[in-house]
Design a protein around this ligand. Structure first.
Ligand code: HEC
Length: 149
C-alpha cells in the first residue's frame, strides 16, 4: 500500500472517530395538542394514519430517532432532514399556520405523495412501513381536496 493511501485511511478514520463528538440535538420540542393536525375535525383517520406512519418523523415534534441517528455521519443527515422537514411543514404546529398556508401545504402534500417524492427513498429503505400504497396516496389526496380553499 502506498504511503498516500495509508495516510488517506488514517484521515478518514480520524474524521469518523472525532466526528462522533459533533452530536446534533435530538430533542423533540414540546407540543400543544390543540395545534396538532390531528385536532382538525375534517381529517379522516386513514389520512392521519399515513401522516403517523410516513411523515411524522421529519414533519412533527414526535420524531422517533433511529439508532443510526446517534452515530456520525448518519446522525448529521438525520438531524438535517428533521430540521429542514419541520421548518417546511410541522404537523405538530399546524394550528399556527394561516389558512392560506395550510391550504398550500395540503395541496403540496398530495403532489409530493403522488409523485413519490415524499417520504424519500432513503427513508423508506430504512422504514419499510412508510412505503405508501395507492390507497394511502388516495387518502392524502382526497383529504387535500377538501382542505384546499
Ligand atoms: C426523512 C424525512 C422526511 C419524511 C419521512 C417526509 N419528509 Fe417531507 N420533507 C422533508 C424535507 C427535508 C423537506 C424539505 C425539502 C427542502 O427543503 O428541499 C420536506 C418537504 C416537504 C414538503 C414541502 C415541499 C415544498 O415544496 O415546500 C411537503 C408538502 C412534504 N415534505 C410532505 C411530506 C409528506 C406528506 C410526507 C409523508 C407522506 C413526508 N413529507 C415525509 C423530509 C421528509
Amino acid at each position: 500500500m502506498s504511503k498516500w493511501i495509508k495516510r488517506a485511511i488514517w484521515i478518514v478514520l480520524a474524521i469518523l472517530i472525532f466526528g462522533q463528538a459533533i452530536r446534533p440535538s435530538r430533542a423533540n420540542p414540546s407540543t400543544q395538542a390543540a395545534l396538532d393536525i390531528s385536532a382538525e375535525a375534517a381529517l379522516p383517520p386513514a389520512t392521519m394514519s399515513v401522516f403517523h406512519r410516513a411523515c411524522n418523523d421529519c414533519h412533527s415534534n414526535f420524531t422517533v430517532w433511529p439508532w443510526y441517528s446517534s452515530i456520525a455521519p448518519s446522525s448529521w443527515l438525520v438531524a438535517y432532514d428533521v430540521k429542514a422537514g419541520r421548518k417546511r411543514m410541522n404537523l405538530s404546529e399546524w394550528g399556527n399556520y394561516t389558512a392560506e398556508h395550510r391550504s398550500k401545504l395540503a395541496k403540496e402534500m398530495c403532489k409530493e405523495v403522488t409523485e413519490g417524492e415524499m417520504p424519500g427513498p432513503m427513508y423508506t429503505l430504512m422504514h419499510s412501513q412508510a412505503k405508501l400504497t395507492g390507497a394511502d396516496v388516495q387518502a392524502v389526496c382526497s383529504w387535500s381536496e377538501t382542505a384546499q380553499k
